[in-house]
Design a protein around this ligand. Structure first.
Ligand code: 3UK
Length: 515
């Protein structure tokens, strides 16, 4: 599918509304406490659309949404698109200062906020006088209207605004390792393109699927995989408002709502595998496929999950700039430890500093071309020029292609190390260390040795029953020496209780490097 196959005036609310003709009464959204049909979601989205219009929201204006995954989130998302507004999917894990930045950067006049997140907004309201309307999902708060009052008297009918397929539909802020978050705009066309290119063509999602994601809806991994892709084929979604870090709660949702496709992160799979009662206390029998993204999935986790549950995990790399996944394994074609092969519709290259293609097997910079890629970062001219270069997106990822054409992640540009003059990938070292039975998680960074040369250092989180100490440190180093080229072994192992991570679960190696 190409963007030009879409009508010139295309509104991505179609992804929800195409279901009204044949399956309006199908249960499309499962959550605690609300389960809704496509017809009910569309009606509530129309009420939101009318309520936004009553607030004076015009096409092209931003509407902030800061709430845990819920039926209301979905209605607000589609209601915003319907009137041609631009939805801001706000990460629920940020601080008040970061919300202040996002509100000022986007100049949103309307913010819909979940009651549980109210406190972080309350403290910055005065500093954001442009915020004229605050709607709270839940109990009334001073100076805000409740969602139920706000939509209560609105009609359940609404004409869609005829957006151009290239009009902006969504704004997501991606946390970089340095600097302010980057606002990434996507057009209506991007939402349906990624759903078709990866969700339909690669993953093979169908009407009888039911998705469930640990990735929240504010993250395009979640919006794409757990809302747009299923709805675009008439499949249903399971939403969970709780924390993805509590593996027991997550698995209880799987047991209760019986999804067929499970979107998770490598850490999520590792946490589930660490539960001794994974198979006895939870029912995973509804699942047919698991997906992993956000960071590279180490082969040992893939194998352990397969051995334990019998299920395949499809690892694929995506980015907010692309909206979703662009290199991926396939249900019938999986290489554990690799990101897979380019998704048709994207052109992918691995290049050196001069943007020349590197030889097969060599590590280089991953760049790609494709129609769902964002055009620039909002209000970040310099950063945009470095990332969106002509037709190409500079991902900042290091990759190599093996002899069978599979793409392997080899760290971020700023994480790579030269050890003894040759590249060493922290990811490779990490996946070796993770395969050690005493280890839960680890991160590797470059550290200067006595001769000011960079050598790998590992920060390791141990299984609960293990004791940190010099003996185990030596055992892990020796283990690595056996499993990899000797130069890649960590020279130091530091045992830690947890690794520093971004709000979306990426290890913050820069913090470890500074430490
Ligand atoms: C890293 C991966 C190795 C990589 C995302 C699926 O993660 C997503 O978006 P972000 O903008 O981060 C993008 C960066 O994350 N990464 C993501 N997936 C993998 N590295 N293997 C992977 N499977 O550095 C990339 O540049 O937060 C993932 C769908 C939508 C997304 N937005």
């Amino acid at each position: 599918m190409k963007a030009s196959d879409l009508p010139l005036y295309y509104n991505a609310v179609e992804i929800l509304e195409h279901n009204l003709a044949d399956r309006a009464d199908k249960q499309a959204l499962f959550s605690d406490p609300r389960t809704l049909t496509f017809g009910e979601i569309a009606a509530e989205a129309n009420q939101v659309a009318n309520a936004l219009k009553a607030c004076g929201v015009r096409p092209g204006e931003y509407v902030g949404l800061l709430a845990h995954d819920s039926a209301e989130w979905v209605a607000c998302f589609f209601g915003t698109l319907k009137i041609g507004g631009i939805h801001i999917g706000m990460n629920t894990l940020l601080t008040a200062a970061e919300y202040d930045y996002i509100l000022k950067d986007s100049r949103a006049r309307v913010l819909i906020v979940g009651e549980a997140l109210w406190d972080r907004i309350d403290s910055i309201r005065e500093a954001n006088p442009q915020l004229e309307h605050i709607i709270v999902i839940g109990e009334a708060k001073f100076g805000a209207r409740t969602y139920s009052d706000w939509i209560g008297n609105e009609s359940t009918e609404c004409e869609p605004f005829g957006t151009h397929r290239e009009d902006f539909a969504t704004l997501n802020y991606s946390s970089g390792s340095t600097g302010q978050p980057k606002g990434i705009l996507h057009a209506h066309k991007d939402l349906i393109l990624t759903a078709v290119l990866w969700g339909h063509n690669v993953l093979g999602m169908t009407e009888s699927d039911r998705t469930f994601a640990l990735a929240k809806l504010f993250f395009t991994f979640g919006t794409g995989g757990n809302l747009l892709m299923p709805f675009s084929v008439g499949a249903s979604t399971v939403l969970f408002a709780g924390s993805p870090r509590v593996a027991t709660d997550v698995l209880a949702q799987v047991t209760k709502f019986k999804p067929t496709i499970f979107f998770n992160s490598p850490t999520g799979y590792a946490m589930s595998l660490a539960l001794p009662d994974l198979l006895t206390s939870y029912d995973l029998s509804s699942l047919r496929l698991c997906v992993s993204a956000g960071e590279a999935l180490p082969a040992p986790i893939w194998h352990q999950w397969k051995e334990t549950t019998g299920l395949d995990i499809i690892d694929g790399i995506g980015a907010t700039e692309v909206y979703h996944i662009f290199i991926s394994n396939r249900p019938e074609d999986i290489k554990p430890g690799a990101s897979g092969k380019p998704v048709p519709g994207f052109e992918v290259r691995v290049v050196d500093e001069n943007w020349e293609d590197v030889a097969q097997g060599e590590i280089g910079n991953l760049i790609l071309k494709g129609e769902s890629i964002s055009l620039s970062y909002l209000h970040q001219y310099e950063k945009s020029k470095q990332t969106f270069v002509g037709d190409w997106l500079f991902t900042g990822d290091k990759y190599f292609v093996d002899e069978d054409g599979y793409y392997h992640h080899a760290g971020r540009s700023d994480d790579m190390m030269k050890v003894g003059g040759i590249w060493a990938s922290p990811m490779e070292i990490e996946s070796t260390i993770i395969s050690h039975p005493a280890v839960v998680e680890c991160a590797v960074v470059g550290r200067e040795d006595g001769s000011d040369l960079i050598k790998p250092k590992a920060f390791v989180v141990l299984m609960e029953d293990q004791t940190a100490g010099p003996e185990l440190e030596q055992a892990i180093i020796e283990y690595c020496r056996e499993k990899m080229a000797g130069y890649k072994r960590p020279r130091w192992v530091e045992f830690v209780d947890a690794l520093p991570k971004t709000a979306t679960g990426k290890i913050q190696r820069f913090k470890l490097r500074a430490g």
